[in-house]
Design a protein around this ligand. Structure first.
Ligand SMILES: Nc1ncnc2c1ncn2[C@@H]1O[C@H](COP(=O)(O)OP(=O)(O)OP(=O)(O)O)[C@@H](O)[C@H]1O
Ligand SMILES: Nc1ncnc2c1ncn2[C@@H]1O[C@H](COP(=O)(O)OP(=O)(O)OP(=O)(O)O)[C@@H](O)[C@H]1O
Ligand SMILES: [Mg+2]
Ligand SMILES: [Mg+2]
Lengths: 256, 256
């Protein structure tokens, strides 16, 4: 219960938000209770599930600064079993505000511990950096899910990310394990995708999910309607691949 | 002379590095002296011009912390007129280390001022965040060039970025102006690209460069060979579009 999964990669644009939103919504549609926390000041996960950020009064920022409890910043979404803690651009200030806090890496962990409701999964969408917001997510997490685009620059940063994860495991969060590595935006028409995928599978073998997410324009259209892919176009290749990924994720977690 | 251009956008994966590397190399190939400074701890711009990061002894990190002068961390590249100040993962520590410095936003500006060599352009590749590294780049810059992917999430963040730029202009760097907005990864086969492009052009009109960079796999293959696109495949659509962009950039700067 209340398994916390951080979706992280400091490389930008690799599909962190797309994976957070679609995994959370598919797992919720399968009947599991999911809390999605948007830890990125850009707030893409919030708008990806249809949250009107302009109407947002309270967000994860208020829980991290201690002004409010987590329970007070949880919002319903249009999707059964899926609740959201949104973020706004205020969150960008939290990185500097947290620096002087002695327990600056543990703020999110203690915020989540105080919540009163139970969930099957708490999912954390991380920003593209290894700053304090992502560190907080990795300290609060039981596991970390690493989406990686099948492109060269994304491959280059993977080693550094895994090194950071093992440092966090060693010094700040001994329970932290790797949920897995998810290959995203795979374009079967290019050699590059195949080469990068082969390289990742060769190095990381069983850590790499069997499901590979293809590049599919429906996945990038859905956020402009504020809908996860299963709601926007359930027959698209994007929806089918995230449904398959959610099934694999649940199976690896002993559920199905 | 020594015009400083920051290439910035907090949204991840929009083509900041691809634009920095290819604009710098095309402008250098046209005979102008360019210094490319990699302000991203990921170091993608460094490897994008063929720099072996494992061999890197000194980098922008050492100049920002005051251990060395900028002159001491400038390296040659394989390309005429193009010099590089590389970055390594050490740079991620600089964000926290700079926080206690009273002049923490002005460190890069004073580092660049002390250099002894003259260039026509100094280009700064920024990380995907609005943290201290990007703030330093925006304070040191004369202009900021904003690449934006023709996708919904990238569009969502544009307003916040332009707001941050005007705050920097007001409080920290009154000379800061917008170099322009560059549409990238345009996929003519999808409605989404056209819709996002139309929306950006409608809102920002003359600020948007006429050149639009198409999605072209050669652009994502080139970095794995450590080459800018003009060196990797000069007849590709990617190379032709960045050559056209460089020509437009030079024309807007009164050069040609
Ligand atoms: N499989 C896919 N096929 C096509 N487009 C995709 C796919 N996955 C994500 N996208 C699109 O690619 C862009 C980047 O994805 P996304 O925003 O999810 O990445 P991110 O890692 O969360 O980015 P950031 O680093 O800014 O947080 C978005 O515009 C998204 O809609
Ligand atoms: N026009 C293009 N066509 C195809 N691929 C592209 C294009 N521009 C960039 N890419 C690829 O898309 C990915 C993202 O681009 P890039 O790394 O330049 O973005 P970025 O904004 O610098 O990312 P970050 O936010 O991590 O710094 C890279 O793998 C790059 O090779
Ligand atoms: Mg994201
Ligand atoms: Mg980059």
């Amino acid at each position: 219960r209340n398994k916390v999964v951080a979706i992280a990669n400091q490389k930008g644009g690799v599909g962190k938000t797309t994976t957070s939103v679609n995994l959370a919504s598919c797992v919720a549609a399968a009947g599991y209770k999911v809390l999605l926390i948007d830890m990125d000041p850009q707030g893409n996960a919030s708008s990806g599930v249809g949250f009107e950020r302009d109407l947002c009064e309270v967000s994860i920022y208020h829980a991290l600064t201690g002004e409010m409890e987590l329970d007070d910043v949880v919002y319903a979404t249009d999707y059964d079993n899926l609740l959201l803690v949104p973020s706004t651009t205020d969150l960008a200030g939290a990185e500097i505000e947290l620096v002087d806090d002695e327990r600056r890496e543990f703020v999110l962990e203690s915020v989540i511990k105080k919540k009163s409701r139970d969930f099957d999964f708490v999912m954390l969408d991380c920003p593209p950096s290894l700053g304090l917001l992502t560190i907080n997510a990795l300290v609060a997490a039981d596991t970390v899910l690493v989406p990686i685009q099948t492109e060269y620059y994304a491959l280059e940063g993977l080693g550094h990310l895994l090194h950071t994860i093992s440092l966090i495991h060693e010094h700040l969060n001994p329970k932290l394990a790797l949920e897995g590595i998810l290959l995203t935006m795979y374009d079967a028409r290019t050699n590059l995708s195949e080469q990068v995928a082969d390289e990742v599978i060769e190095h990381f073998e069983a850590l790499v999910f069997d499901t590979v997410i293809p590049r599919n324009v429906k996945l990038s259209e859905a956020p402009s309607f504020g809908q996860p892919i299963c709601a926007y176009d359930k027959n698209s290749r994007g929806a089918k691949s995230y449904a398959a990924f959610a099934a694999e994720f649940l199976k690896r977690n002993g559920l199905a």
